[in-house]
Design a protein around this ligand. Structure first.
Ligand code: CTP
Length: 437
């Protein structure tokens, strides 16, 4: 496949050399397009030698081949690593002032960007807005890792390891039909290069145990609007649902993530953004039919305000017809939201597919323990698996780790997982889903 590797001007440009090796040794035809800034970190000769191709930064070289259009049009994948704050800004605003930004405007294939910069630059509202714009347009943004940065500082901003970036690229390439024949292109030699030898246990490439499966994951807490500035919500962060989507994609599944969380979606996953329970129900009606599994990790509000006030509810509000002001607290009437999981169980009827997984956040109380409540809920809901986590003010919500019990319908089986990272919990959930597929 034809891959364009864009490299922007950051110190992490050196890591792109390893990514280039992984891509070429994966059998891909890679053209490197550095920015002028990138060449201050790693020189043209390195990119040309490693890719076996000439390297340009501007649109004026090899003009007869119209590279500013051709490279993007013919690519099967464009990956920019590292993407600096400046590159993200130029891409988000559609500028075309060098070869790389031209490629980004002409590419019709999947585009992956891997930002790397100092924490302050990454967290700046301008950078976050640019990332949000690119994500909305379908660009796969690989969030930066946390750790040691160029100086003494540490924090989010590091370029993820080349193997991780390669896995994202391989996953996307595995799903993409070639944009154009590449048979006329000579592959560069694949000599081992000191210090940049590829890992032998490469992930991705559709080789996982969920290959060929289509799965849907819901994530985050729904927000039920009360007026233009207020909503009824809950403490779910969406981290567990996003981890489930990430792990399923890494194991080869085609994943649709329906999310109300503001977290960046994992790369290689199709995302549908929702706010309310009714949005979520509508999104599921579109994508659940034909899916192999639906995992309901979303914390769906059971109730929503009966009425949405079109204008902000003021502290004092007019009462009666005489124009007098009333400062008493308004009464909010709630109505029930549909039980979406129960609806999926009903729609499936006697069919074996999709496998349906519910999540339950429980606290024990006078009427029973966490597990007793969970068993009753599994029987009530009729889904195949119920993943139960014990919640409390300091447990589960927003944290990176989780302790869960996985219950299977019709059996007394309970699989205890954790305390473990949400990614490990996600692995255990997919392990439990697999035999049911
Ligand atoms: N769920 C749903 N629709 C709802 C509420 C919950 O689909 N209106 C799903 C959740 O996504 C989750 C599972 O049902 O997978 C269990 O959610 P939970 O809130 O624990 O269940 P409830 O039936 O609302 O039970 P409770 O009375 O304990 O809140």
């Amino acid at each position: 496949m034809r891959v364009v590797l864009g490299v922007a001007g950051g110190i992490a440009a050196y890591k792109a050399c390893s990514l280039l090796r992984l891509l070429t040794e994966g059998g891909h035809d890679v053209t490197v397009v550095p920015t002028a800034g990138a060449l201050r970190f790693v020189g043209e000769a390195t990119w040309a030698a490693l890719s076996g191709k000439p390297v340009h930064t501007d649109v004026w070289s090899d003009i007869t081949e119209v590279p500013h259009v051709r490279l993007g049009q013919q690519a099967d994948l464009v990956v920019v690593a590292p993407a600096t704050a400046d590159l993200l800004a130029r891409a988000a605003t559609g500028q075309a002032d060098d070869l790389l930004t031209n490629v980004l405007l002409t590419a019709r294939c999947p585009v992956v960007v891997a930002p790397a910069m100092h924490t302050e630059m990454w967290e700046h509202a301008a950078t976050q807005a640019n990332v949000a714009t690119l994500t909305e347009r379908g660009v796969h943004v690989v969030p930066p890792a946390s750790g040691r940065l160029t100086g003494r500082d540490t924090g989010p901003g590091r370029l993820p390891e080349p193997e991780e970036l390669y896995a994202v690229c391989a996953r996307l390439l595995a799903r993409t039909p070639p944009a154009s024949p590449t048979s006329s292109v000579e592959m560069p030699p694949t000599r081992a290069v000191d210090g940049v030898s590829p890992r032998s246990d490469r992930r991705g490439g559709g080789a996982g145990d969920l290959t060929g499966r289509r799965v849907v994951v819901t994530a985050g807490g729904t927000r039920e609007p009360l007026d233009p500035v207020r909503y009824l919500g809950n403490r779910s962060s969406g981290k567990q649902g996003h981890a489930l989507a990430e792990v399923a994609a890494a194991r080869g599944a085609r994943v649709t993530l329906i999310s109300s969380s503001s977290l960046l979606p994992p790369p290689g996953v199709e995302v549908v953004r929702v706010e309310t329970a009714l949005d979520l129900e509508a999104a599921l009606a579109e994508v659940a039919p034909g899916a192999d599994a639906v995992v309901m990790a979303a914390a769906v509000a059971d109730f929503r305000p009966a009425e949405y006030a079109a204008h902000k509810i003021k502290k004092t509000h007019a009462s009666g017809g005489d124009g007098s002001l009333d400062a008493s607290a308004p009464v909010v009437t709630l109505v029930r939201n549909p039980d979406i999981l129960a609806g999926l169980v009903q729609a499936r009827g006697d069919a074996a597919s999709p496998v349906l997984v519910g999540f339950a956040a429980e606290t024990g109380d006078g009427n029973g323990s966490v597990l007793e409540h969970a068993r009753a809920k599994l029987a009530r809901k009729g889904c195949d698996l119920l993943v139960v986590n014990e919640v409390g003010l300091d447990k589960a919500f927003g944290r990176d780790d989780n302790t869960v019990h996985i219950l299977r319908r019709g059996t007394d089986e309970v699989t205890d997982v954790g305390p473990a990272s949400k990614v490990e919990v996600a692995r255990a959930v997919w392990d439990a889903v697999l035999p049911l597929l």
